[in-house]
Write a protein that binds this ligand. Structure first.
Ligand code: NI
Length: 142
Protein backbone atom coordinates (compact mmCIF):
# COMPACT_ATOMS: atom_id res chain seq x y z
CA UNK A 1 0.00 0.00 0.00
CA UNK A 2 1.23 3.50 -0.85
CA UNK A 3 0.97 6.60 1.31
CA UNK A 4 -2.53 7.37 2.54
CA UNK A 5 -4.35 10.42 1.28
CA UNK A 6 -7.48 11.76 2.89
CA UNK A 7 -10.38 13.04 0.86
CA UNK A 8 -13.86 14.27 1.63
CA UNK A 9 -16.87 13.68 -0.57
CA UNK A 10 -20.29 15.35 -0.66
CA UNK A 11 -23.24 12.99 -0.80
CA UNK A 12 -26.97 13.29 -0.75
CA UNK A 13 -28.22 12.13 2.70
CA UNK A 14 -30.43 9.40 1.26
CA UNK A 15 -27.57 8.05 -0.82
CA UNK A 16 -25.29 8.03 2.20
CA UNK A 17 -27.96 6.30 4.32
CA UNK A 18 -28.33 3.65 1.63
CA UNK A 19 -24.58 3.20 1.50
CA UNK A 20 -24.38 2.83 5.28
CA UNK A 21 -27.10 0.15 5.24
CA UNK A 22 -25.29 -1.68 2.44
CA UNK A 23 -21.93 -1.69 4.18
CA UNK A 24 -23.54 -2.75 7.48
CA UNK A 25 -25.13 -5.73 5.71
CA UNK A 26 -21.78 -6.62 4.19
CA UNK A 27 -20.02 -6.34 7.54
CA UNK A 28 -17.71 -3.41 6.89
CA UNK A 29 -16.39 -1.72 10.02
CA UNK A 30 -16.18 1.69 8.34
CA UNK A 31 -16.96 3.60 5.16
CA UNK A 32 -13.32 3.94 4.11
CA UNK A 33 -12.72 0.23 3.60
CA UNK A 34 -16.05 -0.14 1.79
CA UNK A 35 -15.19 2.77 -0.51
CA UNK A 36 -11.73 1.38 -1.21
CA UNK A 37 -13.28 -1.94 -2.26
CA UNK A 38 -15.83 -0.22 -4.50
CA UNK A 39 -13.04 1.74 -6.18
CA UNK A 40 -11.00 -1.46 -6.66
CA UNK A 41 -14.05 -3.10 -8.25
CA UNK A 42 -14.50 -0.17 -10.61
CA UNK A 43 -10.80 -0.22 -11.57
CA UNK A 44 -10.97 -3.97 -12.18
CA UNK A 45 -14.05 -3.50 -14.39
CA UNK A 46 -12.09 -0.91 -16.36
CA UNK A 47 -9.11 -3.28 -16.74
CA UNK A 48 -11.45 -6.00 -18.00
CA UNK A 49 -13.09 -3.62 -20.49
CA UNK A 50 -9.67 -2.45 -21.71
CA UNK A 51 -8.43 -6.04 -22.21
CA UNK A 52 -5.69 -5.63 -19.59
CA UNK A 53 -3.92 -8.58 -17.90
CA UNK A 54 -6.12 -10.12 -15.22
CA UNK A 55 -6.49 -13.38 -13.33
CA UNK A 56 -9.53 -15.57 -13.87
CA UNK A 57 -11.00 -18.56 -12.12
CA UNK A 58 -13.38 -20.65 -14.15
CA UNK A 59 -15.59 -23.09 -12.25
CA UNK A 60 -17.21 -25.83 -14.31
CA UNK A 61 -19.60 -28.62 -13.41
CA UNK A 62 -19.86 -31.29 -16.08
CA UNK A 63 -21.16 -34.74 -16.75
CA UNK A 64 -18.10 -36.92 -17.27
CA UNK A 65 -20.16 -39.61 -19.04
CA UNK A 66 -20.57 -37.34 -22.08
CA UNK A 67 -18.23 -38.85 -24.67
CA UNK A 68 -14.90 -37.03 -25.15
CA UNK A 69 -15.86 -34.12 -22.92
CA UNK A 70 -13.06 -34.60 -20.37
CA UNK A 71 -10.56 -34.87 -23.26
CA UNK A 72 -11.92 -31.71 -24.89
CA UNK A 73 -11.59 -29.79 -21.64
CA UNK A 74 -8.04 -31.04 -21.14
CA UNK A 75 -7.11 -30.25 -24.75
CA UNK A 76 -8.43 -26.72 -24.45
CA UNK A 77 -6.20 -26.15 -21.43
CA UNK A 78 -3.13 -27.65 -23.11
CA UNK A 79 -3.63 -25.37 -26.12
CA UNK A 80 -4.18 -22.21 -24.11
CA UNK A 81 -0.63 -20.96 -24.63
CA UNK A 82 0.43 -21.10 -21.00
CA UNK A 83 -2.58 -19.14 -19.82
CA UNK A 84 -3.64 -21.89 -17.42
CA UNK A 85 -1.79 -21.63 -14.10
CA UNK A 86 -3.51 -24.48 -12.28
CA UNK A 87 -6.57 -26.69 -12.36
CA UNK A 88 -8.31 -28.67 -9.67
CA UNK A 89 -10.65 -31.55 -10.33
CA UNK A 90 -13.17 -32.96 -7.87
CA UNK A 91 -15.32 -36.04 -8.57
CA UNK A 92 -18.59 -34.73 -7.13
CA UNK A 93 -20.63 -37.89 -7.50
CA UNK A 94 -21.24 -40.78 -9.90
CA UNK A 95 -22.01 -38.44 -12.82
CA UNK A 96 -20.57 -35.04 -12.12
CA UNK A 97 -17.13 -33.51 -11.94
CA UNK A 98 -16.25 -30.04 -10.74
CA UNK A 99 -13.23 -28.32 -12.16
CA UNK A 100 -11.70 -24.98 -11.16
CA UNK A 101 -9.27 -23.59 -13.70
CA UNK A 102 -7.07 -20.65 -12.76
CA UNK A 103 -5.87 -18.55 -15.66
CA UNK A 104 -3.77 -15.46 -16.18
CA UNK A 105 -3.84 -13.35 -19.33
CA UNK A 106 -5.66 -10.57 -21.11
CA UNK A 107 -9.29 -10.38 -20.12
CA UNK A 108 -10.57 -11.05 -23.62
CA UNK A 109 -8.60 -14.27 -24.16
CA UNK A 110 -9.61 -15.57 -20.75
CA UNK A 111 -13.25 -14.76 -21.49
CA UNK A 112 -13.05 -16.48 -24.89
CA UNK A 113 -11.43 -19.57 -23.40
CA UNK A 114 -14.13 -19.71 -20.70
CA UNK A 115 -16.89 -19.27 -23.29
CA UNK A 116 -15.51 -22.11 -25.39
CA UNK A 117 -15.38 -24.48 -22.42
CA UNK A 118 -18.80 -23.45 -21.10
CA UNK A 119 -20.35 -24.06 -24.52
CA UNK A 120 -19.23 -27.71 -24.68
CA UNK A 121 -22.06 -30.22 -24.49
CA UNK A 122 -22.11 -31.78 -21.05
CA UNK A 123 -20.84 -28.71 -19.23
CA UNK A 124 -23.93 -27.96 -17.20
CA UNK A 125 -22.97 -25.07 -14.96
CA UNK A 126 -20.09 -22.70 -14.83
CA UNK A 127 -18.94 -19.25 -13.96
CA UNK A 128 -15.90 -17.15 -14.69
CA UNK A 129 -14.68 -14.71 -12.06
CA UNK A 130 -12.08 -12.16 -13.12
CA UNK A 131 -9.90 -10.53 -10.54
CA UNK A 132 -6.50 -9.03 -9.95
CA UNK A 133 -4.31 -7.86 -7.15
CA UNK A 134 -4.82 -4.37 -5.79
CA UNK A 135 -1.31 -3.34 -6.80
CA UNK A 136 -1.84 -4.46 -10.41
CA UNK A 137 -4.95 -2.27 -10.53
CA UNK A 138 -3.18 0.71 -9.05
CA UNK A 139 -0.42 0.48 -11.63
CA UNK A 140 -2.71 -0.21 -14.59
CA UNK A 141 -1.96 2.00 -17.56
CA UNK A 142 -4.69 2.70 -20.07
NI1 NI B 1 -14.20 -36.38 -12.07
Amino acid sequence: MGELSRTGISLDQDLLAGFDRLIARRGYKNRSEALRDLIREALLAESVDANQPVVGTLTLVYDHHVPNLAEKLTDAQHHAGGMVLAATHVHLDHHYCLEVIIMKGRSREIQEMADRMLALRGVELGKLVLTNSGSALKNAKH
